[in-house]
Ligand binder design. Structure first.
Ligand code: SDX
Length: 428
């Protein structure tokens, strides 16, 4: 295979190096194209454009493969914990027992947020969407830890920012929920593991003791692992782009939270449940909604279906679908919308429109059913996605900064008015 790509423009040929990754992915390095030829490339939505090289996550959309630092997602979901996977993504290797304990202990010691954050929280109306609160409060961490704004942070300072964010985001997330239901907030309990602590902060009431359910904690661990990273998706690319300007980790992740909120991205898990509820309220006729999704004149899309990269089953959806059956059975929960989801999936997978476009269930299609079963309210589903994706955002931001990548600044092709003179008001 040639390690040079050749392109001919206006009779002149230009040679550019070919980059080959460890999984044999190939790319043409066009960094010299504009200076040599005056041409740029154009690729709406970056569907065919690589923004970087990365050693964190590998996925193969055709084969439905997803690996974090080389470890298959299926093995990590089965055998690992979310905090161990966070360590793996951020630092590049599975931790020893001592390393994991140290990482977990350091996170536990930083779970408390400054009391002044409650004043910011209290300023939000109870109807405020928790994702908006999460993005605002994560960004406000720069006010409480101004040293995080330093462009040239030392390794120790970057490490402290990372541990603080891993530790405080669950607290902020749980507090955003409490704000939305008008309940008093719960403070973190450092003797609880990461997921148990989150469930405690979400659901403990001052009037009773809250006991975590091991089935729920296990399901939450698995869901957070499955969401932990996904290479250069929309929100991760946002975190990297904002971070490339040397904005702080907190500001970069706050921007990523906003990108994830979009219903075409992480907001889809909430939209899936709202869609299933609407189908149920409409009488449960899945086929009617399949036809709506196919109708170009109907804005309705089958939320939780389709993916920019996976043109086969999203491997995460397979694991989550199996886990949904297990968790609902273990909790004795019967959720009619699970059956609607399965009917919808069955109908879509046998419909030429979806088959031809390789539209399969993605990570968001079944995750909401588990969140519902463990008591997470619908408007918190995307917050759960953000909690899971946090170590991925951190790992990608850290990799971009350690590789001293340049500030991201795409070009464009201008298609507006050519030069023209100002027209005085009386002549318009
Ligand atoms: C996530 O990138 C990531 O890795 C994201 C993510 C992660 O972990 O970070 O995996 C998480 O965001 C998962 C995706 C969640 N979003 C949804 O479930 C929303 C519903 N899905 C779609 O909006 C859509 O499939 C996207 C946004 C996910 C992907 O869109 P693309 O790649 O831009 O594809 P497209 O919109 O060009 O669609 C191709 C065709 C079009 O039809 P034609 O123009 O060819 O006739 O497929 C159709 C689309 O209309 N299509 C759908 C559809 N998704 C695509 N038709 C009906 N229902 C759908 N869900």
């Amino acid at each position: 295979m040639s390690d040079i790509a050749e392109i001919t423009l206006e009779g002149k040929s230009y040679q550019m190096p070919v980059v080959v990754g460890t999984e044999d992915e190939k790319a043409i390095d066009i960094s010299s194209l504009r200076s040599a030829s005056g041409y740029i490339t154009l690729d709406a939505g970056y569907k065919n454009t690589g923004a970087t090289t990365s050693a964190i996550t590998f996925l193969d959309g055709e084969k439905g493969i997803l690996r974090y630092r080389g470890y298959p997602i299926e093995q990590l979901a089965e055998k690992s914990s979310f905090i161990e996977v966070a360590y793996l993504l951020i630092y590049g290797s599975l931790p020893t027992t001592a390393e994991l304990q140290d990482f977990s202990d350091r996170i536990s010691r930083h779970t408390l947020v400054n009391e002044d954050m409650r004043k910011i929280l209290d300023g939000f109306p109870s109807a405020a969407h928790p994702m908006g609160i999460l993005s605002a409060l994560v960004s406000s961490l720069t006010a409480f830890y101004p040293e995080s704004l330093k462009s040239n942070q030392s390794d120790e300072e970057m490490e402290l920012s990372i541990v603080r964010l891993m530790a405080k985001m669950p607290t902020i997330a749980a507090w955003s929920y409490k704000n939305s239901v008008g309940h008093p907030v719960n403070y973190p309990k450092n003797n609880l593991d990461y997921c148990s602590n989150f469930m405690h902060m979400m659901f403990a009431y001052p009037t009773e003791t809250y006991e975590t359910n091991p089935v729920v904690v296990d399901a939450l661990n698995k869901l957070l692992i499955l969401h932990a990273d996904h290479e250069q998706n929309c929100s991760t690319s946002t975190v990297r782009l904002v971070g490339s300007a040397h904005a702080s980790l907190y500001s970069s992740v706050s921007a990523g939270i906003s990108a994830l909120w979009g219903p075409l991205h992480g907001g889809a898990n909430q939209a899936v449940i709202e869609m299933l509820e609407a189908i149920k309220a409409d009488g449960g006729d899945s086929k009617k909604f399949i036809e709506k999704a196919k109708d170009k004149n109907d804005p309705f899309r089958l939320m939780g279906f389709g993916h920019r990269v996976y043109k086969n089953f999203d491997p995460r959806a397979k694991i989550i679908k199996k886990s949904a059956d297990e968790v609902l059975a273990a909790l004795g929960v019967k959720d009619p919308i699970l059956n609607i989801a399965k009917e919808l999936e069955e109908a879509a997978l046998n419909d030429p429109y979806f088959v031809e476009r390789k539209l399969y269930p993605n990570v968001d299609f079944y995750s909401g059913i588990i969140y519902r079963a463990i008591g997470i309210p619908t408007n918190m589903f995307t917050v759960m996605f953000a909690l899971g994706r946090l170590p991925g955002w951190i790992a990608q931001w850290k990799e971009m900064r350690e590789n001293k990548e340049p500030i991201g600044r795409p070009r464009q092709v201008y298609v507006g008015e050519t030069e023209r003179n100002y027209i005085d008001m009386e002549k318009r």
